[in-house]
Each structure stands twice: as C-alpha cells, then as structure tokens.
Ligand binder design. Structure first.
Ligand code: UDP
Ligand code: MG
Length: 311
C-alpha cells in the first residue's frame, strides 16, 4: 500500500527542516508502506523551494510542485490531491501543528476497513489568541445552524483518506474552495481523532485575523444560502411593518387632522431602510461575485516547477 503526504508550504524555511526530519522518523516506523511526500510550494518568497529541491535530490520519496505565485492553502491542498498517487493520502501543515506521530494510529484505523477517512480535531485551543478562539467557536456554531454541511469545532485540515475519498475531493473542482466544507459535503465515514493543540515550531502563522474573517465568510457563502434568506425575510417584514404603519398614519390623519410634522423621523426611516437595502444588496453581491469567479473557470493553481509528471 502507498501512503502520500501532501504538505502545503508557504514561506516555511524555518519550520521545514524540523518537519522533514519528523516525517522521515515516522515513515521509518511505517516501513510496510511505500511513501510519497509531496511538497506543494505555494509561491514562497524564501528558501522553501530550495530546501525542498535539496530533499528531493537525496530522497526519491520527495516530490514537489511549485506554484507561479501564492494561490493560498486551499489551492495548494487541491493541487496535492490531484497529484498524489497513494492509496491513502493526508494533508499536513509544515509547521508541526499536525503531529506526524498520529499517522500510525490513523493508518491503523483506516486499515480496519470500517472508515474512509480519519480526521483530527483539536480539543483545546491552547496558545491561540483568545479573541481568535472566541470568533472561531462562534463561526462553527453559526455554520452548524445555517449550512448544509456539518462542521466540527476545532477540526483541522489534517486528515487521512482512502482513494475513494481522494477521488471525490478531486471531483470537487470548484474555484471557491472551502475544504472543511468540501470534506463534510462529500460524505463517507469519518473517524474523529482528538488531540491537544500543538504550537507551530518556527516561523509565524500566515493567517491574520482579517484573513481568517474573510475565510469564514467564504465558508458561509460557499455552503449556505442563509444570508439570502435573511434578506428576503427582512424585506417581507419591512413591507408588512410599513403597511401597518401606513394604516395607522392614515386613520390618525382622518381622526385628528394632519399637522405637518415628523420630518426627522421620516429621514431616519429612509436612512434605515436604505441601509438595509444596501446591506442585502451587498450580500447578494457576494453570491454574484462567486458565480462570476466560478463561470470564468480559471485554473485553481498554476505550476511553474515540479518533479512529477502528472497534470
Ligand atoms: N499555507 C499555504 N499557503 C498560504 C498560507 C499557508 O500553503 O497562503 C500553508 C503553510 O505553509 C502551512 C499551512 O498552510 O503549512 C498552515 O498555515 P499556518 O500554519 O500559517 O496556519 P495556522 O496553523 O496558523 O492556521
Ligand atoms: Mg500552523
């Protein structure tokens, strides 16, 4: 059986040597598997690619793909899935936050034949900024309510899957990618393995707060149409509310006459409704821009260098 590891790397020169050593050590314990380590260099501007090439020269198990620019982790993972040849494949971060030691246990579970994938989730968010944990938790709660996929709080992208599942992920060739949602959407039987959060060994997280916020918006608009429903319902609500208000004003004018007044309140109401209209229009725009990007059918990533000959 062949095991493929997919490692998206973006400016990971500091963490890469530790990671590579740890993976080699783990693979030594998994001698019964033929291995393939696919580094996907996501347009790094440091020595990442140089390091990877050096590993590839010494180690025939090391394969690499290098993108023409930074396409993001989602694109890097997809490139990995498209290019691995293993019977099993796992995505792993290059910063040791996905402990390679877990692979052994994950393989054992898959070999049992009952599950198609083994996913990991952090049970703690130790070492993460408090505000980040707070918003992350909120996001998972919200997604659970409004989307058509089940997202697990603390789920990582680190997950080992069998060929059936890899092929299914490859089929999901959408431009707007949100892997956590995609893994959930394609189904299959998943075993959840829990572990304590591990901090990155070197370098810095590539995710700023705003980048994460944008990513969560991506998740919502990719897997839920709740925002569209909210705008329809709020539209309906305001229509009814205004009808009732109209009736009240009309009757009051008939009974008590109509002294010209209420200019400030009128302006407030106009501004309020205008604001809501723009907000709803903006939400609609989010979906339209998704359609726009999707219809252009641009490639998800562009490779500039590689040492494998698949697409
Ligand atoms: N990564 C990538 N492209 C990007 C950003 C990140 O390939 O544009 C890789 C990065 O090299 C790492 C993994 O994705 O291997 C996770 O990134 P990071 O550790 O910064 O994220 P965090 O663990 O903080 O969520
Ligand atoms: Mg990390």
């Amino acid at each position: 059986m062949k095991l493929s590891l997919i490692i998206p790397c973006y400016n990971e020169e500091e963490a890469l040597p530790t990671f590579y050593a740890a993976v080699c050590k783990t693979l030594e314990e998994l001698q019964e598997y033929q291995a393939e380590i696919l580094f996907v260099d996501d347009g790094s501007t440091d020595k990442t690619l140089f390091l990877v090439k050096a590993y590839a020269e010494r180690d025939p198990r090391v394969k690499y793909l290098s993108f023409s620019r930074n396409f993001g982790k989602e694109a890097a993972m997809y490139a990995g899935f498209c290019n691995v040849t293993g019977d099993y494949a796992a995505v792993m971060d290059a910063d040791m936050q996905d402990p390679p030691e877990l692979l052994k246990q994950m393989l054992e579970i898959l070999e049992g034949g009952e599950y198609d994938s083994v996913a990991t989730r952090r049970v703690t968010r130790k070492g993460e900024p408090k505000i980040r944990s707070f918003f992350a938790r909120g996001f998972y709660k919200l997604m659970g309510k409004i989307s058509d996929v089940d997202l697990v709080d603390g789920a990582r992208d680190f997950r080992l899957m069998n060929r059936k599942m890899i092929d299914a992920v490859v089929q999901m060739s959408e431009t707007n990618r949100f892997s956590k949602g995609i893994f959930g959407w394609i189904g299959f039987k998943t075993y959840w393995l829990e572990y304590e959060n591990v901090q990155r060994v070197a370098g810095e997280s590539k995710w700023s707060f705003w980048k994460l916020l944008r990513y969560s918006m991506e998740g919502i608009t990719n897997f839920s149409d709740a925002p569209l429903k909210i705008s329809s319902w709020s539209g309906l609500f305001f229509t009814f509310a205004s009808l009732v208000a109209l009736l009240v004003v009309f009757i009051r004018a008939l009974c008590f006459g109509d002294p010209v007044a209420g200019w400030p309140s009128t302006v407030c109401i106009i501004l309020f409704v205008g604001g809501i209209q723009l907000f709803c229009l903006g939400m609609l725009g989010q979906y339209v821009s998704k359609i726009f990007r999707e219809t252009k059918k641009r490639p998800i990533y562009i490779v500039s260098e590689k040492n494998i000959d698949r697409k």
